[in-house]
Write a protein of this length. Structure first.
Length: 142
């Protein structure tokens, strides 16, 4: 009986019958962030991050700790929809490290009326309560 259970369990989960593809789930999070940003909603964009004091954002030689600190930074830096522009991500490379951790590398671009910003990012995702959230974000600019 035990061998049958192990056999059935391994077949079901190796074929992803009950499991989503982690790469697709992470891409979904990133796509929701893009949509939120392009609507002008920093708060919805931040839904992609773990709402915790332990998350870390590093950019421009500065490090910010905590979800609220990141939200405040984004609101100060991108206080209007015009300053936010249109966000897109490209050249995504998603590496699943284990069942609940993933590393994502990519390019970002924000096209605004007067200029275009861009650069690279490296994100660490963690699966919490059945959803993938960003716990570390290192973003650089061109």
């Amino acid at each position: 009986m035990r061998i049958i259970f192990i056999f059935l369990f391994s077949i079901l989960f190796s074929n992803n019958i009950f499991c989503q593809n982690p790469k697709n789930e992470i891409e979904d999070v990133l796509n929701l962030q893009i949509k939120a940003w392009n609507r002008g909603s920093v708060e919805e964009f931040m839904d992609g991050y773990l709402k915790s004091d332990s998350i870390r954002f590093a950019s421009g030689g500065n490090t910010i700790y905590g979800w609220q600190g990141m939200l405040d930074r984004y609101k100060n830096s991108y206080s209007t929809k015009e300053k936010m522009g249109k966000l897109k991500f490209s050249e995504l490379d998603i590496q699943i490290l284990n069942l609940n951790k993933a590393l994502v590398f990519g390019k970002w671009e924000v096209a605004r009326t007067k200029d275009t910003l861009g650069g690279l990012f490296t994100l660490v995702f963690e699966k919490n309560n059945n959803s993938w959230k960003i716990i570390y974000d290192h973003t650089s600019s061109k």
